[in-house]
Design a protein. Sequence first.
Length: 308
Amino acid sequence: MINRILIRIKILQIVFAFYRNGNDDPNVAEHELLFSLRKSYDLYYYFLLLIIEVTRMQERRLDVRRHRYHPTEDELNPNIRLVNNRFASQLESNLMLQQYVKEHSISWANETGFVKKVLSLILDSDFYHSYMHSAEDTYEADREFWRMVFKKLICGNEELEEALGDISIYWNDDIEIIESFVIKTIKRFDESEGSRQELMPMFKDSEDYDFALNLFRHTLRDGDAYRERIIRHLKNWEMERIAGMDLIIMQVALAEIIHFPNIPISVTLNEYIDAAKYYSTPKSATFINGLLDSVVKELKKEKLLLKD
């Protein structure tokens, strides 16, 4: 579930912090990397749990209205389709979700304002009203409703993303990626699987976990050698003028290019050039592309790099 794009981003962040803070213990930094990746996986479960919490909040809301001193007919007999959503009910009974929530103390109890904000967005949406009055009363329609909630209301919502970033600083760069996996998870749900529906694992396989650790370790272990090589290829640039993140990006990119023979050079270059567009200066992508291209040519000339 935590893909290599997110792994690369986390490594860039942790390596940047390692040098900026003057750390001298790679083991501490490695622990922070694994903790940061775990927090990303936590967000996946927070999003799934959000579906349950929103449903519960709506149920409480309707119950309060039902017990007013002089309730209206609509308040006495509300439309409870959202409360009885079969997909949300199946998710609430999910064994993997229950176990993870218990083991890692996942809860929205201290963030009821966020849950209320999401519920309000749903109740004000056009597709909520369409869903509530649709003649199609099926599990598939219930599941599709929540897929649309994430796709249309949660994904790309800057106000919600800012609120999530305030809840955990580890989520600032994870939200968009994790949201996409939540949508994939919703689409995969099958009513026949009941409470045993499988959720996404933290890593797709052991190779991705190994990729994270080995890339991080090579980046720090051979960091001085990578930096010396980078400095040799600087043209008309003073070391002091290079953005700190640019140097980190190139250092991590070289570690990947040299130590992961199964990853094409073009794939690695594209990933880190894209990262530069988001995490460094406006000119960084072009600068990094040109410099790494020069370094790669040198490595091939020295027979230190045999892949394309």
